[in-house]
Design a protein around this ligand. Sequence first.
Ligand SMILES: [Zn+2]
Length: 249
Amino acid sequence: MSRPKLSCSLCAAPVDGRSLRSPQKLENRIIDLIKQDRPDWEANRGICPNCLEQYRAKKFVGYLEAEYQKLSEIEHAVVSKITRRGRVSRVVHQDFDAGMTFGERVADKVAQFGGSWPFIGLFGAILVIWMLINTWLLARHPFDPYPFILLNLVLSTLAAIQAPVIMMSQNRQAHKDRLQAQQDYEINLMAEIEIRDLHDKMDSLRFKQWHELWHIQKRQIELLEHLCARSSNPELEMPPPSPYVPPEL
Ligand SMILES: [Zn+2]
């Protein structure tokens, strides 16, 4: 005799009346989700196991998404790299240098040369030569007589141009360092997650081994008990091995 079939109030599929879940027994969260999808649904008839499974899955996906939203931008990047089995580490300096403009390269070179001993030596030499030309060589008609006002103007112009160039270069260096630090953080985070994952794997392996060991011991005790019993009754049959039940991990 076939049981009466009832229809699910969501998908209208005919199912066994006893497998329908009554809306009074559903969690509020699931009822909310159903009402979001089907505003016209009235919670007075049961829903089938298929629909219930779907909405349970939706509920958990919702929880996971909410957790995912709480992560910071860097953590998002790392999570998506882990799920795609991608690599986090990359050579920041190469990427950065490849994207530099001509002006930025020149600024770097100028800052590099301006902060070196050869620059100080060369500059000192130019100053001395300038002064010598204006006091000895062109003693009669110097283009910049003592106290060298033109030289002063040239020096202050040079200083005024050099300062922003050096600052540009330093800003970029700071930006580069920031990128490097961020990358170090990503690598650390990924390593931490991977190590935790490995720990979990090791734990489950160890647990499985302990379980097998325990099973072997149990069998040994059974056999020992059989040996003891056989000393009084030699006709005794060997007991069959108890079935191995793998542990739930
Ligand atoms: Zn259904």
